[in-house]
Write a protein that binds this ligand. Sequence first.
Ligand code: GCO
Ligand code: CA
Length: 260
Amino acid sequence: MNLFDLKGKRALITGGTHGLGLAMAEGLAIAGAELVITGTTPSKMEEALAYYSSKGYKVSGYLFDVTDEKAAADNVALITKELGDIHILVNNAGIIKRELAITMPVSDFRKVIDVDLVGPFIMSQLVANQMIERQEGKIINICSMMSELGRNSVSAYAAAKGGLKMLTRNLATEWAKYNIQVNGIGPGYFATTQTEPIRVDGHPFNEFIINRTPAARWGNPEDLAGTAVFLASRASDFVNGQIVYVDGGILATIGKPSNE
Ligand code: GCO
Ligand code: CA
């Protein structure tokens, strides 16, 4: 018996069209899961579906915005009708706005909270209904270094991701008795399009991150696949409300001066 086997499981990954979501979805597919990915951009969806299919994974795509309760409810119902139960939910869709708190428009702050925190709540509630009926389910919330740490210019993102950590613990508290495991993954600094603007060669942040990370490199999206499979599989059936930080050691250390 393979504890990590996901054959016969269907995994819904929000924002699974690119970046970390795509890499985690790919990990789940390699472990045997059928994929359902959601996104909001038709062209990105087409590209992603073509990629997944070229790899031979079983995949379907649905276009909707996770902050739109009605659209989310309609699509979860449609997915369940067209494909069947959702066994694994990965709340991965997220946005960031980098702007100092003193000048950040309140509307931007709200938007980030809506996508990064309210969206996962909406999706978890919808999917938990059927998981409770089955007395089985896995929910994985994609948190961040900013679930633990602050940084200039990311107040909304840090508030949302800190909130998502506590939402994870609270949903775990309420739903563990139904055999639903709610956990989080906290990626460190990964090479994705989201970090592209601060990662370009010569940007002081690039050097800062490499120096700040004991592993001395940016994460590659594939670095997340193993943790995603663990938290989606039977191997984690008694793991509840934990955030697994996959960060090359960032949270283990205070850091070091730039000359070390
Ligand atoms: C930033 C980054 C981060 C990362 C990541 C860290 O501006 O500091 O974009 O927020 O995306 O979430 O865990
Ligand atoms: Ca991120």
